[in-house]
Design a protein. Structure first.
Length: 256
């Protein structure tokens, strides 16, 4: 994989597990001090064609990456901030009172779980109680049944997320690619989880490259690998620092 500055790239970056390390709870993450500046410079170097596509809300993305402000897709694409700053929601608030009561009872019975309400999705983290994984999956599945096909249960790393069925990160990437300055560029999608697989596929459909982060052996449609967020930040830094960088060495080192 060679990145040459003669190519016109667009970068699509997941946040947790990709740019920053995953923590025990969503509020416990640590953002490297140099990351906002790296992203600000990358945004400038690509003429604005750098976007964050995350399970976090756009407001949380902005808080974590301040003072950098980038085009972003939050809650897996259920909300999007376009390059011109306009924001739109691609899904509506679906959480009914019976649904909320089922999730609330689960949280009451098992306080070791972390329930994260995101307006357009609900994530139940079981990192502190991995033995409850199937209970969480089953409970959210019951909520999805109430919605009669309108909701899906999305597995991720030590979390299950209940979200509208018609949104995913791949659709978010495609929405950005239809807009300047992304239009006509070669997308580079970098993520670490099953929720990023649709983003990987969309990047490849647009003639781009998909890079999965992590040393796991999970089946992926990504064609390249990086070891961890440190390697991702190094790759982005090298892209900025070298007039014609060879990223293959970074990928090879991460796979060693």
């Amino acid at each position: 994989m060679n990145f040459q500055h003669t190519d016109r790239y667009a970068f699509f970056l997941d946040l947790d597990g990709t740019l920053i390390d995953i923590a025990a709870s969503p509020d416990a993450v640590t953002v490297p001090s140099d990351l906002p500046d790296i992203l600000r410079k990358l945004h400038g170097a690509t003429d604005g064609a750098t976007a964050i596509i995350s399970g976090r809300s756009i407001d949380v993305i902005d808080r974590l990456l301040a003072p950098a402000v980038l085009p972003s897709a939050g809650v897996h694409g259920s909300e999007i901030r376009l390059p011109d700053g306009t924001r739109r929601k691609t899904a509506t608030n679906w959480l009914t009172r019976p649904m909320r009561e089922i999730i609330g009872e689960l949280a009451f019975q098992h306080p070791e779980l972390i329930v994260e309400y995101k307006d357009l999705a609900v994530a139940v983290h079981f990192r502190g109680a991995p033995d409850l994984a199937e209970l969480v999956r089953g409970t959210l599945g019951k909520v999805a049944e109430i919605a009669d096909g309108g909701l899906v249960v999305q597995p991720s790393k030590m979390v299950f997320e209940l979200m509208p069925a018609n949104i995913d990160k791949g659709r978010a990437l495609a929405a950005f690619m239809a807009q300047p300055p992304f239009r006509g560029r070669r997308p580079i999608a970098i993520g670490d989880d099953v929720t990023d697989e649709t983003m990987f596929a969309s990047a490849q459909e647009h003639g781009g490259v998909a890079i999965r982060v992590g040393r796991d052996t999970v089946r992926t449609c990504a064609t390249e690998r990086l070891a961890d967020p440190i390697a991702v930040r190094a790759l982005l830094g090298d892209y900025l620092d070298r007039p014609g960088m060879d990223a293959a060495s970074v990928v090879s080192a991460s796979a060693a």
